[in-house]
Write a protein that binds this ligand. Sequence first.
Ligand code: C5P
Length: 295
Amino acid sequence: MGLQEAAPAKVNLYLHVTGRRADGYHLLDSLTAFPPIGDLVAAEPADGLTLAITGPFAAGLQAEPDNLVLRAARALAAHAGIAAHAALNLHKVLPVASGIGGGSADAAATLRLLCRLWRLDIPPAALAEIGIRLGADIPVCLRSVPTRMRGVGEILTLAPALPSAGLILVNPGVAVATPAVFRARIGAFSPEAILPASWPDAESLVGDLARLGNDLQAPAVSLCPEIAQTLAALAALPECQLARMSGSGATCFALFGSAATAIRAAAALPQNHWWRWAGSLNGTAEGVAAKPAAA
Ligand code: C5P
């Protein structure tokens, strides 16, 4: 019988680059949220290892010889000392190379899924170690709950409780290469954020986030001007409280008082090829609305 795991998008509500390691990787401080939109990974028992890709963004991945999902499956099998065996299906709903997890969320969902299919009892810390060797965002995506991420992605602590809030995600359809964005970053490193234990409402969350930022936004805009247009369109929406880029881009997000407000506001976005989604920030199914997912 088949099993499946959700691979929700990761949104960096703020992202500070706080330093750089000797190996070139950057030290980060980021608050990640996981809204209820994402890819889906499914697995059926099989003798060999195969991957089929479906969904609106399947085409962007078909050409890749070694998808992160397959690499995650092989890494897990190697750790367990078994042959990788499963018929995997990745249903690709999120735009590719877009700063909202995507490949990392898929790899993390694959690790969780194959632990179930292969009946492996691997402690979370060991699974995170397998994950981080494949990508810095995989440990946080293994959790898929609001998390504060530090180090290069391996130091994870529970995030302050997030209030109920509305979210719009928009991707302008341009893939941005993460290493190029890190290379284009100039200027001093940022300090770590000081956060409260919780935020009572969306306004207080936005008030704190407004004092923080995404240090990769300016370099990403310098490489991809469409990000500036996306941010401007989000900031101009009625009742938008904050517009910012996620991760290394190009997906941008906007925060609203409620999911219903976000869904209403999304109707005023330009009717163009941009991928967009509106709903709730923090994982409840309340008010979820899939808007035209033009690829
Ligand atoms: O680990 P991941 O594949 O997501 O990272 C892609 C690239 O982004 C890395 O090779 C590195 O150039 C850059 N990066 C970084 N510091 C991080 C995460 C990624 O410099 N914390």
